[in-house]
Design a protein around this ligand. Structure first.
Ligand code: 6R9
Length: 655
């Protein structure tokens, strides 16, 4: 935790020619405008950034708070805003996507062709009966087709729900079921790091688990050509479906509040939440933050390394950059294949000027570069870079410095962007031409975002003192509800004691001198492993669902140098507590079980066995204590209520 430290090193804002937000005073001016007239500020930007079919007459509608609405009587189409309008204004030949496959093969697609492909697929979806408001699950690898699938849904007013390709059949089934999707769009396989991994087979398995009867069609993009199972009544090849469809498709003009997508994310209870976003407000913030936070200009080559299965891929691959008519890189593979110089080589080859990635990737590439000079960024020509970004978790100052010096050559500002699936786009972030930087701080709120730090009763805490991060006013790209569960939406994000403020779920502190924000981590039972959100309860449910072996389980996070946090599981087995080889064997079995239940990203790094778990008298698992045990700390908490203190020694042993 940083205190009032006069030594805080401020790196001056970059001197950028014609930056969108060019100076600290320009930033302050925008903040003042938003403070003076929140509604007017956002409405002005919504008119400037988006093309409306019918203009809206009202900005915010808070009559049903916390179910806020923005620009509700306006109509628009998101894919029109991302594609058609650029073609209409003469940018049809401009490259939209530079796709680099796992094996290095590059495919470029310009705005005209991307629009045509989107229209063909949109027509194909309609031909299979998909209608406005229907949900379509997209379970795809990183590909042009993945972006096209999302845009095609937006074009016809279908609500997409993208499921990350690393999720298991069980997780996929749960999401298809919860959303009652009518269609799944997938690929035969995905190719990552030289390996072919199944997708269609997992869709088959998910549907076979039951509860997916709403799905009438599965469209399959042929990526690898591998042999796959086929159900002639249900499965169709994407290319066959598209080939005879017209290359134009009138967009479905939808109201600004029409649900553009539902994206599932982890919360503090077992069941993932379907975060529902609207069309108009979401696209506004996607476009606006793409422009201001990254200072994105027509000649830039933008690269966000996220997967479209996460919100970062939605906002900063599929929607934001395309809404601005930008050129961007889309990457199928992984940062370490064929070697850990892949990112640097791609920046060099494509002359990337804005690069946006996660701290976990940076940390693993630092390790690789330090042990192998040939993959060090200094071996590549990275002179095209002008702005770097970070997202997903706090970036520790050492990684920040390395990123700044070795990737950015000491000249590129780093925008450390704090935001969430629920917020739709950046909330607290530097603007490169306006904000002096401090390594490890996400600095100041985006203009118009009323971020603040309060105590448990919603009262402001002074700078220099940590508290709960909230947003005091609604903003256009905020979550609208949890799909099918409005009560959970209210209780999760607008708890009664917080005066109607949006509760982010993170702790934060503002620097006493600068007022800069530093995020101190989640205040709920959510872990952040390699920038991926994982609910501890979700992993616990997965473990105890292994009823043949597991009696009880508790999951906590512990700090990890590379992945930020690592998952540590404490398990009581139905049989005797195992040791040695047997313990290792069961630990492996349980890891594989979790991978099957949720996905490989949820595999516990550590599994420890005990005769029981430490509990309070009322029977609550003492998680704080388990967190100390996981870290290897000596336990200083009061353990007088523990039935069996010896269990702590058992749980301290790794397998
Ligand atoms: C965009 C995204 C959200 C959680 C969030 C916070 C953490 C994201 C961060 C950050 C510190 C940053 N987080 N960005 N923490 N500094 N720049 O990651 O969305 O997957 O929903 O995760 O990630 O804990 O609450 P999501």
């Amino acid at each position: 935790m940083r205190t009032n430290d006069a030594k805080t090193r401020l790196i001056p804002a970059a001197d950028i020619k014609e930056a969108h937000v060019p100076s600290t005073s320009a930033y302050n001016e925008l903040v003042a405008q938003a403070e003076a007239d929140h509604d007017g500020y956002w409405s002005r930007l919504a008119r400037e950034f988006l093309s409306w079919r019918t203009p809206f007459t009202q900005g915010l509608d808070d009559s049903q708070a916390p179910f806020f609405k923005w620009f509700e009587d306006g109509t628009l189409n998101v894919s029109y805003n991302c594609l058609d309008r650029h073609v209409e204004s003469g940018l049809g030949d401009k490259t939209a996507l530079i796709f680099e496959a796992d094996d290095g093969q590059v495919t470029r697609i310009n705005y005209r062709a991307l629009l045509e492909r989107t229209c063909r697929l949109a027509n194909a979806l309609k031909a299979r009966g998909v209608q406005k408001g229907d949900r379509v699950v997209i379970y795809m690898s990183m590909s042009i087709e993945g972006v096209v699938a999302m845009q095609a849904c937006a074009r016809i007013g279908a609500t997409h729900s993208v499921v990350f390709g690393g999720f298991s059949a069980q997780s996929l089934r749960d999401r298809i079921h919860d959303a009652a999707a009518v269609m799944v769009i997938t690929a035969d396989e995905q190719v990552r790091g030289g390996k072919q991994l199944p997708l269609k087979a997992i869709v088959d398995e998910a549907i076979a688990l039951g509860g997916c009867e709403s799905v009438t069609n599965v469209l399959v993009y042929q990526r690898s050509g591998a042999a796959i199972g086929w159900n002639a009544a249900r499965d169709r090849w994407l290319h066959e479906e598209m080939q005879d469809q017209p290359a134009t498709c009138e967009p479905e003009w939808v109201g600004a509040e029409h649900p553009l997508f539902v994206l599932y994310t982890s919360g503090s209870t077992g069941k993932p939440k379907g975060v529902q976003h609207a069309s108009g407000g979401y696209l506004l913030h996607a476009a606006l933050t793409s422009q201001w936070t990254f200072d994105l200009k027509p000649d830039d080559v933008f690269w966000c390394t996220a997967d479209i299965g996460w919100v970062t891929g939605h906002t900063y691959i599929t929607y934001g950059p395309l809404a601005l008519g930008a050129t961007e890189v889309v990457f199928e593979g992984v940062p370490t294949y064929p070697d850990a110089g892949r990112f640097w080589k791609m920046i060099q080859d494509h002359r990337v000027s804005i690069f946006y990635t996660a701290p976990t990737a940076i940390r693993s590439l630092i390790k690789a570069a330090e042990s192998n000079e040939t993959v060090h960024p200094r071996r590549y020509d990275l002179s095209s870079l002008r702005i770097l970004g970070s997202v997903g978790e706090p970036i520790n100052p050492a990684a920040w410095e390395w990123y700044h010096q070795h990737v950015g050559g000491g000249r590129c500002p780093i925008v450390d962007t704090f935001w969430q699936t629920e917020t739709g786009g950046h909330m607290i972030t530097p603007l490169p031409g306006a904000t002096p930087l401090v390594p490890g701080s996400c600095t100041l709120p985006f203009p118009g975002i009323a971020a603040a730090i309060v105590d448990e009763t919603g009262n402001d805490v002074p700078n220099g003192q940590g508290g709960i991060l909230v947003v005091k006013k609604p903003w256009p790209s905020m979550i609208r509800t949890i799909w099918g569960d409005p009560e959970r939406f209210k209780s999760s994000y607008f708890p009664a004691e917080l005066k109607g403020f949006y509760l982010a779920g993170d702790g934060a502190i503002r620097d006493a001198d600068t007022g800069y924000f530093t995020i101190t981590g989640r205040i709920d039972d959510v872990l952040n492993v390699s920038g991926h959100r994982m609910g501890t309860m979700e992993i616990e449910s997965a473990l105890v669902s292994c009823t043949a072996l597991v009696a009880e389980a508790a999951v906590v996070g512990r700090p990890d140098d590379t992945t930020g946090e690592a998952i540590c599981a404490f398990v009581v087995l139905k049989g005797a507590r195992p040791s040695g080889d047997e313990a290792r064997k069961i630990a492996t079995e349980l890891r594989n079980w979790v991978a099957k239940e949720i996905g490989p990203i949820a595999k516990p790094k550590d599994i420890r066995f005990g005769d029981n778990l430490p509990k309070t008298r009322s029977g609550k698992i003492m998680r704080r204590l388990l967190r100390s045990v996981a870290k290897g700390e000596t336990v200083t908490q009061d353990i007088s209520t523990l039935e069996n203190p010896a269990v702590l020694e058992q749980l301290a042993q790794s397998n």
